[in-house]
Design a protein around this ligand. Sequence first.
Ligand code: HEC
Length: 193
Amino acid sequence: MYFFRITIALLAVLFLGNCESKQPPIEYMPDMYDSPAIEAQEMDYFASNRSGNRIPPEGTVPVGYYPYEFFGNKGNLAPERGLDNTAKKTLQNYKTGEQKFQTYCSPCHGARGAGNGNVVGPAPRFNFNVPSLVSDNVKSWTDGQIYHTITMGRGIMGSYAAQIEPDDRWKLILYLRKLQEYDSNSKKALAGK
Ligand code: HEC
């Protein structure tokens, strides 16, 4: 009798000891760990096109998406098209704008928007003329026109619609206006005005 009890106690210690093992545990019934659900990019043998990705039904849009009114027009947006900045001038919004600008625009347009980003330079770097965003030209643009450029791209510059949410584009523009203000002020200061 004692022999059995001791054996069971020893086995229990062995099993419990396993719980602290750093080794990957033995998977008993692995389906409990790995669900049989099809993951993105996985093959689905039961789908007619063998693709795990489902094609959305016609006429549906993703949650949070709204169609862009001026989609397709890659040129200049007429300033009177009435696309107004919807972001409030709060500190938090400026900070989000800064983060988006410094992430997505500064590599080319420069940390202060002067068109001298880190990736710009003679080949093999980005060997194109990147315009300044603190120029008199862009200072005279409406927020809507800048928004349009971010959304649709412009000339050889691609669209950043996939990277930056509509709300964040407006916040980015708030921040860009601050860079422009800073530029104007420092030019005035240099001119001794
Ligand atoms: C890969 C480099 C690159 C990045 C990143 C980039 N741009 Fe540009 N951008 C350009 C180039 C090049 C042009 C000039 C395009 C042309 O006229 O062919 C341009 C033009 C512009 C213009 C028009 C300026 C003018 O005077 O005509 C605006 C406004 C602008 N970009 C805003 C942005 C904003 C905002 C971002 C960040 C969301 C951004 N760009 C990111 C390269 C870039």
